[in-house]
Design a binder for this molecule. Structure first.
Ligand SMILES: [Zn+2]
Length: 62
């Protein structure tokens, strides 16, 4: 059994979210992303966060 993972956006521990590129995204952040299209500012924030996730996944730096 998984204990629950820490969300990469809000650091909330929860086990109902998704894992995207080895980064855990909690249920509420997942929903925010899903609905982000209607909120440009939120979208920008999320996009920035996702960008760093992609970057970290594609080009792991040390
Ligand atoms: Zn979250």
């Amino acid at each position: 059994m998984e204990e629950g993972l820490s969300c990469c956006f809000c650091n909330k521990i929860d086990d109902e979210g998704i894992i995207l590129l080895n980064q855990y995204i909690c249920r509420s952040c997942e929903l925010e992303i899903t609905h982000a299209g209607s909120n440009e500012l939120r979208y920008e924030i999320i996009k920035k966060n996702l960008k760093s996730i992609w970057k970290g996944a594609l080009f792991p730096s040390h």
